[in-house]
Design a protein around this ligand. Sequence first.
Ligand SMILES: [Zn+2]
Length: 74
Amino acid sequence: MSAICSGRRNDMDFKLESYDEMEKVREKIQECEGKHPQQVAYSTFHDALTQICYGCGKIRTTMVPRENWGKDVR
Ligand SMILES: [Zn+2]
């Protein structure tokens, strides 16, 4: 997770997309399913769903951006 949260670009040059609802990330996962190689991770700690799609070159996540960590965003 540190690679994602560091904000540094890697060789794949993924773009980070933030979503406010897990349902929207799930829709994207289903769109890519069978077409793109992808990884999906669920974080119980952050209660966040993250999709890494190598076909789209995107990371889609409901994870709160790091600058908001520790703030009361409820
Ligand atoms: Zn995709």
